[in-house]
Design a binder for this molecule. Structure first.
Ligand SMILES: [Zn+2]
Ligand SMILES: [Zn+2]
Length: 351
């Protein structure tokens, strides 16, 4: 198959610094678009993969699945995009299209295994897919999103993963007017979730372990923000919450939060702690509580999310960096030292 060599930023082994490298992108198939990558967000999943925390990372590895750019070329049969259109690619770049999950617009749960934008088996070139820390991305038009031009492009990039990751469960578990919605953790996911749940009309309570983030949670739109280490304050929320979105990606005690739920309430995990979490029986049997999870969202829902965010003018709070600063950014992300998402200005790759 014909390929093109493009510049990218990646790493050859776990825990090794990222650096400039050349990768191959396939020449366009009839339904492919090629986009110039303008901005790419840095997600906690990129960090997990670089450190190979879940196993299964293949190297060389090129991260990036919060990709915003401009269409530079389209395949002969492409109907949904034309050259010059703004475009986005998130976590999903292919799926079988035939299974029940795909037919229900839940491509993320495809029976045959979804193809992710990085570190998935590449059906066309062999090897694995390479992410958006690169000059271009090539993708089937059915997995490419229209990015509304009213959104600031750099701060819209994190919506492609962080945005949909919180939008999908907030919608599924019916966050909205009259609902008490808790957000656990204020990071890349949590800070977008606050804005999102507010836009949906919910009363938003943020639970954080960091005193410095209490005021920031309110600035981001939270109605209340509580230090989760303050037992007295926490007690006030017992049996008050309809839904708590848990964005924490480290080991933590979820029983504390299950005990804040009203009857039939849910704690929904969207963070990815590498170790199993323990759940006490009484945390779920009393009050018929649920502990659930959610993983990104399907393509149609991702488009719906982008349009919703554009309508409410919601984007992520970002720190824009050059690609040459990416190793420092990963070190800071590891320590939780970012407000609240790093986004790479990919024009810097040309330097
Ligand atoms: Zn992500
Ligand atoms: Zn499928």
């Amino acid at each position: 198959m014909e390929t093109n060599i493009v510049k990218a930023y990646g790493t050859e082994a776990a825990n090794k610094p990222l650096h400039g490298m050349n990768i191959k992108r396939r020449e366009l198939l009839p339904h492919d678009i090629e986009m110039e990558v303008l901005y790419c967000g840095i997600c906690h999943s990129d960090l997990h993969q670089i450190k190979n925390e879940f196993g299964g990372a293949t190297f060389p590895f090129v991260p990036g699945h919060e990709i915003v750019g401009k269409v530079t070329r389209v395949g002969t049969h492409v109907k949904k995009f034309k050259t010059g259109d703004l475009a986005g690619v998130g976590c999903i770049v292919d799926s079988c299209g035939k299974c029940e999950s795909c037919k229900d617009d839940l491509e993320q749960f495809c029976d045959e295994g979804v193809t992710f934008s990085f570190n998935s088996a590449d059906k066309h070139l062999g090897g694995v897919t390479y992410g958006g820390f690169s000059e271009t991305y090539v993708c089937n038009e059915n997995y490419v999103l229209h990015v509304p031009d009213s959104l600031d492009l750099a701060s819209a990039a994190p919506l492609l993963c962080a945005g949909i990751t919180v939008y999908s469960p907030l919608k599924h578990w019916q966050a909205g007017s009259g609902k008490m919605v808790g957000i656990l953790g204020i990071g890349g996911l949590g800070h977008v979730a606050i804005k999102m749940a507010k836009a949906m009309g919910a009363h938003v309570v943020v639970f954080t372990t960091s005193a410095s983030k209490v005021e920031d949670a309110k600035r981001l739109g939270a109605d209340e923000a509580i230090l989760s280490t303050d037992a007295e304050q926490m007690k006030k929320y017992t049996r008050k919450m309809h839904l708590i979105l848990d964005t924490v990606s480290a080991k933590h005690d979820v029983n504390t939060y299950l005990n804040l739920l009203k009857h039939d309430g849910s704690v929904v995990l969207v963070g990815l702690p590498p170790e199993p979490l323990e759940i006490g029986a009484f945390s779920v049997v009393s009050g018929r509580h649920s502990f659930s999870g959610s993983n990104i969202g399907g393509i149609a829902e991702t488009q719906e999310m982008l349009d919703f965010y554009a309508k409410h003018n919601i984007t992520a709070d970002i720190e824009l960096i050059n690609v040459q600063q990416v190793n420092e950014a990963f070190n800071r992300l590891q320590k939780g030292d970012v407000k609240y998402r790093f986004v790479i200005d990919m024009a810097s790759l040309k330097k």
